[in-house]
Design a protein around this ligand. Structure first.
Ligand SMILES: [Zn+2]
Length: 404
């Protein structure tokens, strides 16, 4: 029966085309209404345009330590070929619900919404905080304000579950990411007179070469963490554009690069090395063209996740998810690193598989939703006890309790 409610919510959620570039307010209103039906107030944290908002709501006593359930409301565009049903309309076929966001990650949100009532009834001692963001898919842009609001709540939550699709396996670590754009502005001129111009493309090429050297250093570095594939920090140049004609000295070039860092990597030190290379090229260009410049822009960044092995949150979430395996690592990034950086131990654990996300005919299985519902159920059943009591309880007891 709760699966019916989950499917009904997912049907509505997929129907809101919350592509990151567009507004998510219709979906936000829908979630607000679902919460209001149980007498729960939610707080909007809007972006500057007012077209998007995160939502933060507490179910249960706000003056007790609780648990954050985190999700993003946005989805990637559905422009890829191969959709066999309209992407923004849920389609149930063969035990699978197809639709953009079904797996990443409206399925999880639907499971959460289907349990608002039981959370409300049970949460006498431990509150649940719902934290739904926007703009995750374009670099976790909405989450920082939301995470700051969570971190400023009356009592800091004990831990956070980010419900990204992990086949309901607890994930304790992922790499962090910084992406930047470097815009080189030189001085154009006839190619026969290069000494009177400042070549932006060659300056950019030298910077790219430096970035590649840093990438090699990282790959051969000692601090390899075998849990990741590859087991080191990667530094990657994704694009280099510049120049328009052979007989002109190019006055503009644009580089885009990213760093995907293993936990513990001093990303700041890598960026300082790149900045020094940029400064050297700026000086070089200015020898012939004082107006030359190189600007560096942030594109996206989010911190990595590395929840400590012995953290009680890990065993609790493993118990809730009925997961037997050791916590895993994943190659994709999530908002988990932001919660972790705010001092809230965070585990990524949600229904579905990321391999199906960002693809035509994205789907989530009814069996996967049912399993996530059981996780929500186990969670609900414990909310009448303070978290401190859970932490002392071995996983086995937690699992048994959930079956009674
Ligand atoms: Zn996602």
């Amino acid at each position: 029966m709760r699966l019916d409610a989950t499917v009904a919510h997912l049907d509505r959620l997929i129907g809101f085309p919350t592509v990151s570039s567009d507004s998510n307010l219709d979906l936000v209103e829908y979630v607000e209404a679902a919460l209001a039906a149980e007498g729960i107030k939610a707080r909007r944290i809007a972006d500057r345009s007012g077209r998007k908002a995160s939502l933060l709501a507490t179910i249960g006593p706000p003056d007790r330590t609780g648990i954050v359930l985190s999700a993003h409301t946005d989805v990637v565009p559905a422009d890829e070929a191969g959709w066999t049903s309209p992407p923004f309309s849920a389609s149930l076929r063969g035990g699978r619900i197809h639709g953009r966001g079904s797996c990443d990650m409206k399925g999880f949100i639907a499971c959460v919404l289907a349990h608002i009532g039981v959370f409300k009834r049970m949460a006498s001692a431990t509150p649940i905080h719902l934290a739904f963001s926007y703009d995750e898919e374009i670099g976790c842009r909405g989450a920082p304000d939301l995470v700051a609001a969570v971190a400023q709540m009356e009592v800091l939550p004990a831990f956070c579950i980010v419900g990204e699709p992990t086949s309901l396996k607890p994930v304790s670590a992922h790499k962090g990411k910084v992406a930047r754009r470097i815009i080189v502005k030189g001085l154009t001129g006839h190619s026969a007179m290069p000494h009177r111009a400042a070549n932006a493309v060659t300056a950019a090429a030298r910077i790219v070469s430096l970035i590649d050297d840093i990438a090699r250093d990282c790959a051969s570095g000692a601090a390899a963490l075998s849990a990741f594939d590859p087991p080191y920090t990667t530094v990657h140049v994704g694009s280099l554009h510049g120049g328009s004609a052979l007989n002109l000295v190019p006055d503009r070039a644009v580089i885009e690069f990213e760093i995907r860092s293993t936990p513990g990597t001093d990303v700041g030190a890598l960026l300082t090395q790149i900045d020094a290379g940029v400064a050297a090229q700026r000086d070089r260009l200015r020898r012939t063209a004082p107006e030359a410049d190189i600007a560096v822009e942030d594109m996206t960044s989010y911190p990595g996740l590395a929840t400590q092995e012995g953290d009680p949150a890990l065993s609790i979430v493993a118990g809730l998810a009925a997961a037997e395996d050791k916590p895993a690592t994943v190659s994709f990034g999530t908002e988990a690193g932001l919660y972790s950086a705010a001092g809230i131990p965070t585990i990524v654990c949600g229904p579905g598989n990321m391999a199906r996300a960002h693809k035509a005919d994205e789907w989530i299985g009814l069996d996967e939703l049912a399993a996530a519902n059981r996780m929500m159920e186990r969670l609900a059943q414990r909310l009448d006890r303070p978290l401190a009591e859970w932490l002392d309880r071995p996983i086995k007891t937690l699992r048994n309790a959930s079956r009674q």
